[in-house]
Design a protein around this ligand. Structure first.
Ligand SMILES: *Cc1c(COP(=O)(O)O)cnc(C)c1O
Length: 463
């Protein structure tokens, strides 16, 4: 259904309202706490404040577009995940959602671990002082140089993704005189989506080793034979933006089934099981994500029950939330450039960014909301589509939303829940300069990733 997946190319306009958005909200000035970062609210002048700072001041000082990240909210979410799982489990923040050195330090301070999936994500983590033993290294095609770097650094685990990699990592570890802790990522045939899951999905994807056909069992057999590897567990990641826990239930059942096979065949009980990430957040008021403590309770119960049934010691559980920690903590601040009413259709609102700072709408048909944040308004609601400034009609930030009819160039609008997979997937399309990430806390704002400059861009172009 994705716009970008249409074989005839991008569809220019679903010109008629599609009916999947709700009626205009009762109060256009209201900010639903479900989709906004914790410290967001309006001040007496109607200006949105975050971390005690008005967005008008942020726009003046740092320019637009900008990602504005609520540090207190980030830390609180990280903590609530850690506390929910307690001392007998591990929470790995999935760095690909958004990674910067400040974020790595916050995670370190809050007692979380970190997932990386490239040598450069690893470099970022190490340069910010994350203890290597708290880093997990992922990826379906890690280069030898990346593996060597990870093993040399002493990462806590490498998640093996293929038969070649089992040998590759073992060889590199042995050549360095090390025994590298590893997990094997398997695909259990469960594919989870927001509200449903498919328990018999084809394992037709690039990640992991299929459980089907005894392939995962064979991978375990080989890993156990290699001196360079210390097999500590099995890894499974079933999807993204998941609200329903039943997909995890089926996945855990199948992973534990493999643990039992391993025990029966090799007499070894692997001590760890990683259930991946993919926990959903509220992008719009229609989404109802679960709290970390409910998720922790559900996952722990599922694994414990399955292990009791299989007469296995319950392994140490780890999870890898990315979006669920950073997603809700940031919004993107834009300035309105043009307002173009199309009679009988909708009004196109163009902002000073677009698909270069948020590709998710074009890529996944993702839904977002938007609010006027530099003032309040009593004007009637108008149906809008918020679009960027790129040379591509699929350059949509918010497909359907309502903004006040008196919206005008120069107004600031903000799109909430852009903390995950926006800056980390940002591009330089049309030679856009990627926006900064501004962290706010207790009345202070600081840039944690600066805005790209023309010089940055031209420096790469060697002429
Ligand atoms: C992407 C990914 C995650 C994080 O997913 P979220 O949806 O951000 O929680 C965790 N683990 C693995 C292996 C992943 O690929």
């Amino acid at each position: 259904m994705s716009r970008s997946a249409h074989p005839a190319g991008p569809r220019h306009a679903d010109v008629l309202p599609e009916g999947h958005y709700s009626a205009p909200p009762a109060d256009l000035n209201a900010l639903d706490p479900k989709v906004w970062a914790q410290t967001v609210g309006r001040d007496g002048d109607g200006v949105l404040n975050v971390g005690g700072i008005p967005v008008t001041r942020l726009a003046e000082e740092f320019g637009t577009p900008a990602y504005v990240l609520d540090e207190a909210d980030f830390r609180a979410r990280a903590r609530s995940w850690r506390d929910a799982f307690g001392a007998d489990a591990d929470v790995f923040y999935a760095g690909k959602a958004f990674l910067s050195r400040a974020v790595v330090r916050w995670l370190d301070e809050e007692g979380l671990n970190l997932d990386v999936c490239s040598g450069t994500e690893l470099a970022t983590a190490l340069s910010a002082g994350m203890p290597p033993e708290r880093i997990a290294f992922h990826g379906n095609n890690k280069s030898e140089a990346e593996i060597r770097r990870a093993v040399e650094a002493g990462v806590g685990r490498i998640v093996l993704d293929s038969f070649q990699e089992i040998v590759r990592v073992a060889h590199i570890a042995e050549s360095l005189g090390k025994r590298q802790p590893v997990q094997i990522r398997i695909t259990v045939g469960v594919e989870a989506h927001t509200h449903e899951f498919i328990a018999t999905a084809h394992e037709d994807q690039k990640f992991g080793i299929p459980l089907a056909g005894g392939q995962a069992a064979e991978a375990v057999r080989r890993a156990l034979r290699l001196d360079g590897l210390e097999l500590i567990g099995i890894h499974s990641h079933i999807g993204s933006q998941i609200f329903d826990m039943s997909g995890f239930e089926v996945a855990a059942h199948r992973v534990v089934g493999l643990l039992r096979e391993i025990r029966d065949e090799h007499g070894v009980e692997l001590p760890e099981i990683d259930l991946g990430g993919g926990l959903g957040i509220a992008y719009t008021s229609d989404d109802d994500p679960r709290e970390p403590h409910e998720i922790a309770k559900a996952l722990t119960e599922i694994v414990t029950r399955e292990c009791e049934a299989a007469r296995l010691r319950t392994p140490r559980i780890s999870v890898e939330p990315g979006r669920a920690i950073v997603g809700p903590t940031a919004f993107t601040l834009y300035e309105v450039g043009t307002v173009k009413p199309l009679e009988g259709l909708r009004t196109y609102v163009s902002v000073d960014g677009g698909m270069s700072d948020n590709i998710r709408t074009a890529l996944y048909d993702a839904e977002y909301t938007v609010a006027l944040v530099s003032r309040t308004s009593d004007a009637a609601p108008m149906l809008v589509r918020v679009v960027g400034k790129h040379c591509e009609s699929g350059d949509i930030v918010v497909k359907d939303a309502f903004l006040p009819a008196d919206l005008a160039p120069g107004d600031l609008i903000a799109v909430p829940a852009t903390g995950a997979y926006c800056r980390s997937m940002a591009s330089n399309y049309n030679h856009a300069l990627r926006p900064p990430v501004v962290a706010v806390a207790d009345g202070a704002a600081r840039v944690i990733v600066r805005r790209e400059t023309e010089e940055d861009l031209l420096r790469l172009d060697v002429g």
